[in-house]
Design a protein around this ligand. Structure first.
Ligand code: C5P
Length: 313
């Protein structure tokens, strides 16, 4: 086999309920994950040694060393299969970098699946997800896709079957936000305010809205406990959220740890209008229209690269 390409979606958290800090330093979570149609593509090709290449917008913030979750995924799987991780990993970024949309986790999930396919590991998907959880809390969901409730530190998943399609707009910000920094700010704000941290639980109205395919009810139910922390670190996001709502969105929230802002639209045309108005408002760097839920990581059929022909008549 010469190479394998895997496509993997971004995620937005429809609900992110953050509980107390566990003994391992992670927060107890309830996260309603929703996979949306912004994709990274990861291609792995046999090579003499492990290497990484990357293409796309804003790739300066993507580490091209062992700090990259994709590289760590290849090393982890190779170790399990008792072989060397000798592949070239090429990442084509379509998911905002450091944007709170699980781009790094998506690349890790895609690399696990791509390498397992290339190396004919035949590792069951459930086992790949378990390996993924060792790399990051969001990696198992990037593999699963759809809509799912994550518990524990976000890695224990239960799918929420829904046939509805929801239309989203994502407002991209300049520069990323560090996930640990946002969790840290969340803890700090809670301590300052003397907030008693509740045990996180899924919102029933939100799950009912998902099942019913009711965008208005879903929009009203969106909630992210990390939002005050993201806004505290990046106050300008408040203007982005307001601009999207003024443009016709039926719900908004900061995506994960941010700084990407997510807007739910009642239909595709409105999503387009919201995206245009957001750009006109000058409160974001770019806007992307997407829909959800979409499936998780999947191997793409091999691309046949057309042979270029030239002929002087
Ligand atoms: O698991 P992941 O690598 O995505 O987590 C990144 C960081 O986010 C962790 O190092 C931790 O600071 C924070 N985090 C957390 N509780 C979680 C998930 C992530 O505190 N449940």
């Amino acid at each position: 086999m010469s190479s394998v390409t895997v496509s993997v979606p971004a995620k937005v958290n429809l609900q992110l309920a953050v509980g107390g800090v566990r003994p391992d330093g992670f927060h107890e979570l309830v996260s309603v994950f929703h996979a949306v149609s912004l994709y990274d593509e990861v291609t792995v090709t046999p090579a003499d040694r492990l290497s990484l290449t990357c293409e796309g917008e804003d790739i300066d913030e993507v580490p091209l060393d062992h700090g990259n979750l994709a590289a760590r995924a290849a090393i982890l799987l190779a170790d399990r299969l008792g072989r060397e991780p000798n592949v070239r990993i090429h990442i084509r970024k379509g998911i905002p970098v450091a944007g709170g949309m699980a781009g790094g986790s998506a690349d890790a999930a895609a690399t696990l699946l791509a390498c397992d396919t290339l190396w004919r590991g035949d590792t069951p998907r459930e086992m790949l997800r378990r390996l993924g959880a060792e790399l990051g809390s969001d990696v198992p969901f990037s593999d699963l896709g759809g809509t799912a409730i994550g518990t524990g530190r976000g890695e224990r998943l239960a799918s929420v079957p829904t046939t509805a399609r929801f239309h989203w707009v994502f407002a991209l910000a300049d520069g990323g936000l560090s996930t640990p920094a946002v969790y840290g700010e969340c803890d700090r704000l809670r301590e300052v305010a003397g907030v008693r941290v509740e045990r996180p639980a899924p919102r029933e109205e939100l799950i009912a809205a998902l099942r019913a395919g009711d965008a208005y009810a879903l929009g009203a139910g969106l909630v992210n406990d990390l939002q005050p922390a993201a806004l505290s670190l990046r106050p300008a996001l408040a203007a982005t959220l307001a601009a999207g709502m003024a443009a016709g969105a039926v719900g908004s929230l900061v995506s994960g740890s941010g700084p990407t802002c997510a807007f739910l639209a009642p239909d595709r045309d409105t999503a387009q209008v919201v995206a245009e108005r957001l750009i006109e408002s000058g409160t974001c760097r770019a806007a992307r229209v997407a829909f959800g839920a979409v499936p998780g990581a999947r191997v793409l059929p091999r691309r046949v690269v057309p042979v270029e022909r030239e002929n002087t008549v």
